[in-house]
Design a protein around this ligand. Sequence first.
Ligand code: FAD
Ligand code: DHB
Length: 390
Amino acid sequence: QKTQVAIIGGGPSGLLLSQLLHRKGIDSIVLERQSRDYVLSRIRAGVLEHGFVNLMREAGCGARMDAEGEVHEGFYIAHQGRNDRIDLEKYADGATVMVYGQTEVTRDLYAARDAMDGVVIHEAANVQPHDLKSESPYITYEKDGSEHRIDCDFIVGADGFHGVSRKSIPGDVLKEYEKVYPFGWLGILSETKPVSPELIYARHERGFALCSMRSQVLSRYYIQVPLTDKPEDWSDDAFWAELKSRLPEDVAAGLETGPSIEKSIAPLRSFVAEPMRYGNLFLAGDAAHIVPPTGAKGLNSAASDIYYLYHGFMDHYLNGDSAGLDGYSEKALARVWKAERFSWWMTNLLHLFPDAQEVDQRLQCTDLDYLFSSDAAQASLAENYVGLPY
Ligand code: FAD
Ligand code: DHB
């Protein structure tokens, strides 16, 4: 097999890039380790920045998102018994976010790839990139008991945090920055009406909580839990009771509960690998960086990488100009680090740290008091939440 851009990973990053390139006449093949059903069974992100929303439209994948997704013009931060609102639209020059789940984004991208006869190879085992420093890199993989080879101009590693791409960059080239937080998020999905029309991020002495949603009949809630907890430790009743205890009383009183249809724990990590290019391999999305989920920057940072790569490949193949690809790592990392900063700040603002002293708690509360007393601080939060410009 031969292609122009070989993409490792059929998550949102890989599929979006493949779809955007195809529409510009640039050929790609996507290699995915799992089955399509497995990829679609993962419940992950829920809030899309306006830049990502535009990229989905440009990919020809915006119709169902625009019809079924919810535009949110603000969200709440519950703290010290109050429920204060951040007016995104007011503070971010009219910009908003879209509530539309990663599962639905991925489903729409697969449908678009199918409609254009895009090549996505599932259950590709032992995927291995080769000759990254040469003009003719290639990938080998196993499927149905035999070994296959794809020759290409470029390889894009969009294979997530545990993928093979980042690991194939020599250790003396790659610098990794990492911080692991001393707690996780226990999340549930339930077929209930969301407690609030807009998201609520709650800071509470018992720990952080988040009220989110996928639609008006599907809610997504999270609570901060110790890293040692397992999802099986938490009955639905225990989850609902703990969530209620962390919300303002009037909000808790209106919470509709029901059986969970998914329950899982995600660890919180800040991670960046530099550079994001090695020879003709480009890293994108979770393969290169992880943020803690507070502030919903994970999937959105993956999308900004794809934006820069898409423009770099267009310049290269359509205009013979390599500047976009040459500047990719630097440009992508500049924006990634800002998303890292924002997620780290929101995580620190809203979580209960096991080693926190009284002074830390007072400073958190003061940070929140300052936020809601200052237009400048709310504008800063809003411009980051809706997404910094690409
Ligand atoms: P992925 O979605 O990880 O896709 C990578 C793909 O590559 C996968 O399909 C994988 O199967 C495939 N792959 C891996 N290794 C190989 C290989 N060797 N060969 C071939 N294919 C391979 N973000 C938020 O904003 N909000 C959230 O609430 C949120 N919750 C999350 C919960 C969890 C448990 C996790 C793990 C992430 C969460 N994120 C969240 C982050 C967000 O989901 C990711 O940032 C996003 O999925 C990144 O997309 P990606 O395509 O780069 O990587
Ligand atoms: C969701 C996750 C987040 O991390 C966030 O900040 C907002 C929403 C969600 O899964 O709905």
